[in-house]
Design a protein around this ligand. Structure first.
Ligand code: ADP
Length: 411
C-alpha cells in the first residue's frame, strides 16, 4: 500500500542543507536528556519536522490503549481545545494503517485516497493535499504516529524526508516514554507514602497490645483500630492494583447484555446499610433498559459513585439515581447519573476530580479515601467508549454521570 514511487524520487540535498538538517536533529537529541517538560520538547520536535521536511503542518497522534483510538498529542495547526475533541479511528484512517502495519506511508494525492480520514479537515477547515507519516516506536511497541502534511508546492516527499521524520519520531517516542516512566515512579512514591500511615498505626497498636498492664477496655479499642487499619490497607492495595492494571491497558472487558435496573438495585442494596446509618434516602428509577457492557466493572463504577454520594452527603440527605437513553453519533448509550445533596465541589476543584490521588482539600478530614476511586471509574468508562463527568454546586450537591453502551436495539 506504500506509494513506493514517491519514495524513490529522492532529490539530492545540497551538502550545506544536509549539514543543517543533521544539526537540527542533533540539537533535539541533546535537549532530550535535559528537558523534562514533555510538551515543550514535542513542540520543538514538531516544528523541526515542519521546517526540515518543508511542510505546512506536522503532528503527533498517540494511541489510547484503553479505547484503541488515536488522539492528537500535538499538531502545529490545531488549538488544544480542537485537539481534545478530535478522535481518529484506527479503521478508516491512514494514521491507523501506519500504527497497525508499523510502516511509513507517503501519499502524494490525498484526494484520491479512500482511506484518508476527512474528520479533521472538516472540523478545522483545513485542506490536506499530501502527507508523510511514520510510526512512533518505543522499545516495546508502537505508541503513535508522526505526520507531516502539505509539502512545499511543486515538491514531492523524498527518501531523506522519510529518514528525517523517522529520526524525529523516535526522539518523540523516547520523550514520551521518559515522561510515562516519571509518572509511574511518582505513582509508586505516592503509593508507598499512602501505605505508611496504616502500617505505622498497626505497628503502634501491636506495641501497645504487648504491654501487660493494658486495661481490658483499651485492648478492645486497639483491636478495633487494627481492624479498621487493616481494612484500609486492603482498600488501598485493591485501588492501587486496579489503577495499575487499568493504566497498563492489560484489562479486558467481558461484555454482555444485562438489565440495568437489576444492576442498580443490586448496587443500592450493597450500600443501603451505610446510607441508613447516615439517614440518607436513596431514590431509584423504574426503567426497562438493557446495557451491553462489562457488568462487573459497570457495577464497580456505580458502587463507587454511590459510596461517594453517601460519604460526601449531609446527614439525612438524599441520593437520586437517574437513567436516560441517548444517541451519540452512530451508537446508543445509557446515561446513569448519581445526584447527592452534599457538600458539593467548587469550580476550582472540579477540573481535578478524575486525577490520581486528588482529594478536595476541605473534605480530606471529613472522610477517609484514597483519591483513586474516580480515576478507576474514568478508566473503566472510557474503556467502554463512554464518558464520565460531574456537575456540582458548593453547598448544594453534586451529580456524577457516566455513559455505557446500550444494547443495539433499545426496544
Ligand atoms: P476517595 O473518596 O477515596 O477520596 P475518589 O476518587 O472517589 O476518592 O474521590 C476523590 C475526591 O473527590 C474525594 O476525596 C472527595 O474530595 C471528592 N468527591 C468525590 N465524590 C464526591 C461527591 N459526591 N461530593 C463531593 N465531593 C466528592
Amino acid at each position: 500500500m506504500v506509494d513506493n514511487k514517491a519514495l524513490t524520487t529522492a532529490e539530492v540535498m545540497a551538502p550545506a542543507e544536509l549539514l543543517m538538517h543533521y544539526r537540527r536533529i542533533i540539537e533535539i537529541s541533546n535537549q532530550l536528556s535535559s528537558t523534562y517538560d514533555q510538551m515543550s520538547l514535542l513542540k520543538k520536535i514538531v516544528s523541526a519536522a515542519k521546517e526540515l521536511i518543508q511542510t505546512e503542518t506536522a503532528s503527533i497522534m498517540l494511541l489510547d490503549e484503553a479505547t484503541g483510538q488515536l488522539r492528537f498529542a500535538i499538531a502545529s495547526n490545531l488549538k488544544p481545545s480542537e485537539m481534545e475533541e478530535i478522535v481518529i479511528p484506527i479503521e478508516g484512517s491512514i494514521a491507523g494503517w501506519i500504527v497497525t502495519h508499523g510502516e511509513p506511508r507517503v501519499i502524494e494525492d490525498l484526494a484520491k485516497e479512500q482511506s484518508h480520514y476527512q474528520g479533521v479537515d472538516k472540523k478545522i477547515g483545513f485542506q490536506s493535499r499530501n502527507l508523510l507519516g511514520v510510526p512512533m516506536r518505543t522499545h516495546k511497541r508502537i505508541i503513535g504516529v508522526m505526520q507531516a502534511m502539505n509539502k512545499r508546492d511543486g515538491y514531492r516527499f523524498t527518501d531523506d524526508d522519510v529518514v528525517t521524520l523517522r529520526t524525529l519520531a523516535s526522539q518523540a517516542a523516547i520523550a514520551i516514554e521518559n515522561a510515562r516512566m516519571f509518572q509511574q515512579s511518582d505513582f509508586i512514591a505516592e503509593m508507598v507514602h499512602e501505605l505508611r500511615t496504616p502500617l505505622a498505626a498497626l505497628k503502634a497498636s501491636t506495641a501497645l497490645l504487648q504491654r501487660p498492664e493494658l486495661p481490658e477496655g483499651k485492648r478492645s479499642d486497639i483491636i478495633g483500630t487494627m481492624k479498621s487499619e487493616t481494612e484500609r490497607l486492603i482498600t488501598l492495595t485493591d485501588d492501587f492494583l486496579n489503577v495499575a492494571r487499568l493504566e497498563s491497558g492489560r484489562v479486558q472487558l467481558t461484555v454482555e447484555v444485562f438489565d440495568l435496573q437489576k444492576l442498580i438495585t443490586e448496587s443500592v442494596d450493597v450500600v443501603t446499610h451505610q446510607a441508613t446509618a447516615k439517614g440518607i434516602q436513596v431514590i431509584v428509577p423504574q426503567i426497562d433498559l438493557q446495557a451491553e457492557a462489562d457488568r462487573g466493572k459497570t457495577k464497580q463504577v456505580l458502587l463507587n459513585l454511590l459510596t461517594n454520594a453517601i460519604k460526601y452527603n449531609r446527614k439525612d440527605g438524599t441520593i437520586t439515581v437517574g437513567v436516560q437513553a441517548q444517541q451519540e453519533g452512530e451508537a446508543q448509550f445509557l446515561q446513569i447519573a448519581v445526584t447527592d445533596t452534599g457538600y458539593g465541589i467548587s469550580r476550582e476543584h472540579q477540573k481535578n476530580m478524575f486525577q490520581k490521588f486528588y482529594r478536595v482539600p476541605t473534605l480530606e478530614n471529613v472522610e477517609r479515601g484514597t483519591g483513586l476511586g474516580l480515576t478507576i471509574c474514568k478508566h473503566i468508562v472510557e474503556a467502554h467508549g463512554g464518558r464520565i463527568w460531574l456537575e456540582s454546586e458548593e453547598g448544594v450537591g453534586s451529580t456524577f454521570a457516566f455513559t455505557i453502551p446500550a444494547v443495539e436495539d433499545l426496544a
